[in-house]
Structures are given as C-alpha cells and as structure tokens.
Write a protein that binds this ligand. Structure first.
Ligand SMILES: [Zn+2]
Length: 343
C-alpha cells in the first residue's frame, strides 16, 4: 500500500482515497486491490500507570475491582494493554529508593480480567529485587497475560510481544528511561529493557524482519514528572523510533498527560498519565487517558481518548462528558471531540 501511495503522489494524483473512483482508468493493475489490503481494523486500548499496591490493593482485598468502571470500555477493545507500575509477588526486599510498590498476588485476577498484556518497563517493577520481578513474570505467564519491556534476561526484555488479532500481527515493545537503571536486565539477570537508542532502533527493525510484525508500537516510560509538555529527549527518541519503523509511539510516567504530535503521519502520544493510582491530590495527577487505537496493515488509522478521573481510592471513572482528543490518518492533526463509550 505504501508503495502505491508514493506512486500516486509522484504522479501528482492527489490523495489516494480520491483515486478509488477512477482507479480503473489511471492506475496500474493491482492498485484497486491496494484499497482493500489494509485489512479489518483491530482496536487496541492502552492505559498508563496501573499501581495495584496501597489504596487500589486495599480495594481489591475488600473484593472490589478498581477497573470495574472501565470494564465495558476495555472489554470492547480487541487488545487491552496497561503499564503495570508495581511488582506483583508474594515477597521481596524493598530496594533503597523513593516509593516502592508491592502488590499482593490476589491483584493478578484483576489484571487478567481487564488486560491482555502489560508493560513491565518502568521504575517500579524492580522495587523488590530481581527475584520478585521474575516471580511476577511467572505469575503473568500463568495468568496468560503477556508481558513486554522486561524478561528473564536481556534478550527476552528486548524481544517484542507479538499479539495477533484478525490476522494482524502487532509488536509491543517497552522501555524505561527513568532511574534506577539497576532494574535493567542483563545477560543472565531478569529485569527491564532500557532505551539505548541504537538498541531500540535494532529492536524495532527486528520486530518486523525477525518476528514478522505488521504494526510496531513502542510503549515508553519517560519524561519529566508533572510536566504537561514532552521534553526534547522524548521528542528526539520518538522521531528516532518512527524513523526506524514504529507505527506509533505511546508513553507514560510523568503522572500527568502530555501533548500529542504526528511525525511522518505517525502519532506520538507522549504521556497517558495515571490510570489506577492513589495518593495524588492534584486534579492533573488524577486525570489519565484510555487511548484507543484503530490499527490496520498501514499502522494507526485513527485514535481517540476517553478521559479517566481517579477518586480517592485511585479508582478511575470514565468522563465522556469532558472534551477529549481524536486523530485520524486523513487529517493527521489531533482535534477536540467527545468520546463515544458503551453504556
Ligand atoms: Zn513511573
């Protein structure tokens, strides 16, 4: 399809969609078929920090489900993804660092209920040491929840998680670049993937060439906390990833949502903000996005957001009454719109 698009542009024929009607007259054989080769769209719902220790952990211990208010919205997506901002393990020794989050193994049932895959590439998955991290990977595996951005060794941490729906192979890669770097996997040590530029570039290329991905999406853990705008490093790395073949770049960690951009027609959503997290008092920190991507063989066809507002227990509530943002491939500019959600 890309080949055909470039050919049409080179011929000065304007936008490819307008060509469908006259395809039989001016286009080389095979072009009309290219209109259909995008395949059936696949929807991917992705959220930012899901922290299941502290308040949300207590809610789950009382038999409540902090993700229940978003249950229907998540359930209607073909693929559901989160950043798991804690360790789920029975035990571990807390690292010497600010804020450590150990979630009880019972919280895995909630993860399994709502998510197909989680990124473990963040600054909390290693809070209780490499053994607890590896235990979490085992528990995720048993629950049949995919994990990416981390692994039992360096190679596994950098390998994409391939999720296939309706014949579309989607590669999810995860990277952290917020300290401590000691959480990083090594040749024989479980841990997370760190975003060294050259390694990231290779991982993205290999996702297609070795793992046969149609769509490649890196999910980043980056940026400056509480900053509403992405910084120069985020902007540069996002461009590097798209130049290497990423179809979209999605991020989180700053505990607030950040701005969005398009680069070479590919969306960059710098930060989804928090999603399940307690102990914050500012409304910005208690606001996150559920991002819905519509994917096809050419990458992201459109995206839209549903605004989440967290209550005092860290439970997010959908707010379709608040203006959210939408984008589509045709216009490539994000615009304000109201989210459509199931009732
Ligand atoms: Zn973080």
């Amino acid at each position: 399809m890309k080949r055909h698009t470039f050919a049409a542009q080179a011929l000065g024929l304007g936008h490819v969609r307008n060509l469908a009607a006259c395809a039989a007259f001016v286009l080389p054989a095979g072009f009309a078929a290219a209109q259909d080769d995008a395949g059936e769209p696949v929807t991917l719902a992705i959220v930012g920090d899901v922290m299941l220790a502290d308040g949300p952990g207590k809610s789950i211990a009382r038999g409540r489900d902090p993700l229940a208010p978003f249950g229907k919205i998540l359930a209607e997506a073909d693929i559901r993804v989160a950043n798991l901002e804690c360790v789920i393990a029975a035990r571990g020794i807390a690292e010497d660092k600010p804020f450590t989050f150990l979630a009880h193994p019972r919280t895995m049932a909630v993860v399994k209920r709502h998510f197909d895959a989680v990124s473990v590439a963040n600054n909390h998955s290693g809070d209780f040491g490499a053994a607890a991290f590896a235990e979490m990977l085992d528990r995720l595996g048993k629950a049949k929840v995919g994990a990416f951005g981390g692994g039992r060794d360096l190679a596994e941490a950098h390998a994409p998680l391939i999720v296939e729906r309706k014949g579309l192979r989607i590669a999810l890669l995860g990277y952290n670049e917020f300290f401590p770097r000691s959480f990083e996997a090594d040749a024989d040590k479980p841990g997370i993937a760190w975003s060294e530029d050259e390694q990231v570039r290779r991982d993205i290329i290999q996702a297609r060439e070795v793992h046969g991905a149609d769509v490649v999406i890196p999910f980043m853990h980056w940026g400056i906390e509480h900053e509403p705008l992405a910084d120069a490093r985020q902007r540069a790395l996002a461009r590097l990833m798209i130049d290497a073949g990423a179809d979209a770049v999605i991020g989180g960690h700053p505990h607030v949502t950040q701005d969005v951009e398009s680069y070479r027609g590919k969306p960059i959503v710098y930060s989804l903000g928090n999603f399940v997290f307690d102990s914050f008092t500012d409304v910005d920190n208690n606001t996150g996005w559920l991002l819905r991507l519509e994917l096809d063989r050419h990458g992201v066809r459109s995206w839209n957001t549903v605004i989440a507002r967290m209550d005092g227990q860290g439970t997010p509530h959908p707010r379709p009454d608040l203006p959210a943002q939408c984008w589509d491939r045709e216009t490539a500019e994000a615009r304000a719109c109201m989210a459509q959600v199931p009732r």
